[in-house]
Design a protein around this ligand. Structure first.
Ligand code: PMP
Length: 417
């Protein structure tokens, strides 16, 4: 067997060198050195064909969807094609359950804002977990402030695992919705969302899953999950920025009040009131980021082509390798050691400032990581740390990049910062 074949076997059947050639940013050098991009949990790099699709649309096809002319009809068709691709990608029942937003944050606000305006009353409860991103905390807090509902928080243990006994006991007739991350952006652990959804459903409680960190790394199957809402951003998966998805079961999208008022979310408008459109149009007021949505469709094709079952296996191999290598360093304390994790590695350095390490890695090695509170200030308080350093991996990363990263961390320690 030649070395390329061995390489492919180790890498879950993926030709990583070839995949890397598809990503222009991975070819870029700063000060003569390549970029080592370990910040995919913040945003994913884009395959060239996605950028090309955006460029081609702007250069040769540009027109606004829903206009009657040729360009408008073409744009409408392309947007609706992406909607169909997203529905199939997620295993949704129908493309009518796919709402385009400007990102996961907006998708969560559509749900929280809808509950605030029509479905919450004083004394009601919303259940979240202690490891949520600010995007899945603050919208619910705002809804509570307006309605007198209460936010209940399910605690986690030292490994970052959710206290399932607390969760089960907290579900009551007062609980109006459960809103939980599919996987943690800060610690990487997968939450037992299937079990949580099952327990909530036993009491007739709907569940919203924040899939911002899961959708880029695993094959999501909404038929199996059976949650009422699922949210994520395209940019973390490799699409242009400014596109997000809210999946909602038909009866829940029917129940939820519209998010914004404006064009296209109403079928008739008179001064005595509008006639609200059927979902998904009901939630898509005004001009959408249609060019980005169209290029998002190209990304879905790409992910289907490289096969997310393979990328998941490879990313898990990378995570195990990175965890093993970084654990050899004395001062490193990994946070979030649950057995089931996304390719996210977060740690602190005893007696050292992770912000200084972040800067060192970037200045000296072009290594991009994220350090600080990781947009999870309540979680940092629970962990009793000011911040963590997070290296987040993707299928376009390599073991060689991890070796350089680990070597650079060792060098930083030797410099006695
Ligand atoms: N939820 C989680 C778990 C996230 O990691 C993020 C982004 N870091 C968001 C929500 C918000 O995503 P966006 O900023 O793309 O709206």
């Amino acid at each position: 067997m030649n070395s390329a074949a061995i390489d492919t076997e180790i890498n879950a059947g993926l030709d990583i060198s070839k995949i890397r050639t598809e990503f222009p940013m991975l070819q870029k050098k700063i000060n003569g050195k390549p970029i080592i991009y370990l910040d995919s949990a913040a945003t994913g790099q884009k395959p060239k064909r996605v950028i090309d699709r955006l460029y081609q649309f702007y250069m040769t096809e540009y027109g606004k969807p829903k206009e009657s002319h040729t360009l408008g009809r073409h744009a409408t068709e392309e947007v609706e094609n992406t909607r169909k691709k997203v529905a199939a990608f997620l295993g949704a029942g129908s493309e009518k359950e796919i709402v385009f937003s400007r990102g996961c944050t907006e998708s969560i606000n559509m749900v929280a804002g809808g509950f605030e305006r029509g479905l919450l009353n004083t004394g009601d409860e919303i259940l979240i977990t202690a490891l949520e991103h600010h995007a899945n905390i603050v919208p619910w807090q705002l809804a509570c402030q307006q309605t007198g509902a209460k936010l209940k928080v399910v605690p986690i243990n030292g490994k970052g695992e959710v206290d399932m006994n607390f969760f089960e006991e907290a579900l009551s007739s007062k609980t109006k919705i459960v809103a939980v991350a599919h996987t943690s952006h800060a610690l990487g652990n997968k939450l037992p969302v299937k079990e949580m959804i099952g327990l909530a459903h036993k009491k007739g409680i709907p569940v919203m899953v924040d899939g911002a960190q899961a959708a880029p790394h695993m094959k999501v199957n909404l038929k199996e999950l059976d949650c009422e809402f699922y949210t994520f951003s395209g940019h973390k998966m490799g699409s242009p920025s400014g596109v997000g998805v809210l999946y909602g079961k038909k009866e829940y999208l029917d129940m939820l009040p519209p998010y914004e008022g404006g064009a296209d979310m109403a079928t008739e408008v008179a001064f005595n009131g509008p006639v609200i459109a059927e979902p998904p149009a009901k939630f898509e007021a005004g001009t959408s980021p249609f060019a980005e949505i169209i290029a998002f469709g190209t990304l879905i094709d790409y992910l289907n082509e490289i096969d997310m079952e393979k990328t998941e296996i490879y990313e898990q191999q990378l995570l195990s390798y990175a965890t093993r290598q970084i654990s050899k360093i004395d001062r490193v304390v990994i946070k979030g050691e649950a057995p089931e994790k996304e390719p996210v590695l977060s740690f602190l350095m005893e007696g050292m400032d992770v912000k200084k390490l972040e800067k060192f890695l970037n200045d000296e090695y072009n290594i991009d990581v994220k350090a600080g509170d990781l947009t999870a200030q309540p979680l940092m308080k629970i962990l009793g740390v000011p911040g963590l350093l997070r290296a987040s991996l993707c299928y376009y990363n390599t073991r060689e990049e991890i070796d350089i990263f680990v070597g650079a961390v060792e060098e930083f320690i030797k410099m006695k910062h």
